[in-house]
Write a protein that binds this ligand. Structure first.
Ligand code: ARG
Ligand code: ZN
Length: 466
């Protein structure tokens, strides 16, 4: 890599040139660029997200026909330039873009894999707030992730299961598709009458005309693109308000209804229990989408309203609910930090069982520790999964939970739960890193935890002692 003059390096670290103009920066240096980068800089998914701007709001107007599989969309993004931009990218996979404007003026664009490269008619100054409108259509196609699982717009026999972790948002709307860019959302989704379209946040109402029904949704709190959904199916819908004033909207495939009912009934008490442990529930609405999507094989903590591929177990409901704090409100900064989501949600399952007459967390820890050194559980450390292929593997989930159990044992219950609550509060509706979490644990507990985190979080292989 080219060496950067010391003064410039300091300037860049301080947030970029303030008084100094581009003339003082060597040509070709990133600070001299006026084109937004093609990725957010995440080594696991280099093209995910984009540089040069922040999306404040997405307005998505969608029409979906389950029979033909055709999606018609208009996305209106309100964004702010974080640098001067002569060109910037959005992420969009497949689909045909029919029209694109920036601040109302037609803009040139080209497609390059998952990058939708936009050249506005005039350069956007740094700090400028701008509006991008993209009209598009086609048959959305799910993406296959490095681990072989699918995500994105996944068609079902009566609609679509729409889950975007980690990559799939770009299969159905043009996005700045990285968890570091969080935005509010409005959804207007039209489907054939008899179908229901369920998105995130507050249900604003529906209207039926000419055999089609339009559903409107609003997610006011910041949301990472991967947590957005627009799931379509023939659902039974239930709405109510909890004692705490939380608006619940459940949509359930009738084939899953009998199994789902007793579990969904527990949602208010699970959220109440988690609020006691983790702090106030971060959103204004809640609920569940229970689809019948046998090919999927996982659930997703879609913001405010988790999405299940079949009737969930109570433990899975606890897991996806815990993600509302850990993953959705506090999002990862790099996909490498994924244990901050999955280790925490898994440990929430352990805690729930422990406090509701089930197995103790210690018992679960011991059973996992008993696994032989060659077991997949020890294949890599939770804090450093190595690449995108490993982000949903057992070292992230189970060994991630073991890290928290070790932390709890080292600092005691009072400090441990204070760490969890402080983490959720300090990074609420934002992002966090593994290093920030370990520093917080040391600060709150007043203990040096380097050895613990080194062994359990960052070192490959089975630790010598439990
Ligand atoms: N975060 C989801 C869960 O724990 C898993 C998502 C898996 N995604 C995938 N493409 N395999 O509950
Ligand atoms: Zn999870």
């Amino acid at each position: 890599a080219a060496t950067v003059p010391v003064a410039l390096a300091a300037l860049l670290a301080a947030g970029g040139p303030a008084a100094a103009g581009p003339a003082h920066i060597p040509a070709g240096h990133p600070a001299a660029r006026t084109t937004g980068s093609a990725g957010a800089g995440d080594p696991y998914f280099p093209l995910a997200g984009n540089g040069g701007y922040h999306v404040e709001h997405y307005g998505l107007t969608l029409g979906y026909d389950p029979d033909s599989g055709r999606l018609d969309g208009t996305a209106v993004l309100t964004a702010r330039a974080t640098q001067r931009l002569t060109r910037f990218d959005l992420d969009l996979n497949g689909l045909k873009v029919t029209r694109l404007t920036v601040d109302g003026a037609q803009a040139a664009f080209r497609r390059d894999g998952q990058e939708l490269v936009v050249t506005p008619r005039t350069a956007l100054p740094k700090g400028h707030r701008f509006r991008v409108t993209v009209a598009y259509n086609g048959s959305p196609e799910q993406v296959t992730d490095p681990d072989g699982s699918d995500d994105g717009w996944i068609t079902t026999d009566d609609g679509a299961f729409v889950a975007g972790e980690p990559q799939g948002a770009m299969t159905w709307f043009p996005a700045n598709n990285h968890p570091t860019d969080k935005s509010s959302y409005d959804f207007t989704i039209t489907v054939p009458q008899g179908h229901t379209a369920v998105a995130n946040g507050l249900y604003l109402g529906s209207r039926t005309a000419g055999g089609r029904t339009t559903f409107r949704w609003r997610q006011p709190e910041p949301m990472a693109a991967y947590l957005a959904t627009a799931t379509v199916g023939k659902f039974q819908v239930e709405q109510y308000t909890t004692r705490d004033g939380l608006k619940i909207y459940n949509a359930v495939d009738p084939r899953e209804a009998a199994d789902a009912a007793p579990v969904l009934k527990q949602l208010p008490s699970v959220l109440e229990w988690e609020s006691k442990l983790f702090g106030p529930y971060p959103f204004q609405s809640a609920g569940s989408i229970v689809d019948h999507a046998p090919s999927v094989g996982y659930a997703l903590e879609t913001q405010s309203r988790p999405l299940y591929d079949s009737a969930p177990s109570l433990s899975t409901l606890v897991h996806e609910s815990a993600h509302q704090w850990f993953g959705d409100s506090v999002s990862v900064t790099r996909w490498k930090d994924i244990w901050l989501n999955e280790g925490f949600a898994t440990y929430a399952e352990w805690l729930y069982a422990e406090q509701h007459g089930g197995r103790s967390a210690q018992d679960r820890f011991d059973a996992l520790y008993a696994r032989p050194a060659g077991d997949a559980l020890w294949a890599f450390p939770p804090g450093d999964p190595g690449d995108g292929e490993n982000i949903f593997a057992s070292p992230v989930y189970s060994r991630g939970a073991m890290v928290l159990h070790k932390l709890r044992g080292a600092v005691g219950d009072a400090a441990f739960f204070r760490v969890l609550r402080t983490w959720a509060a300090d990074h609420r509706h934002g992002n966090g890193t593994t290093a920030q979490f370990t520093a917080l644990a040391e600060r709150v507990s007043g203990k040096n935890l380097d050895g613990l985190f080194h062994t359990w979080l960052l070192t490959k292989g089975k630790p010598d002692t439990p």
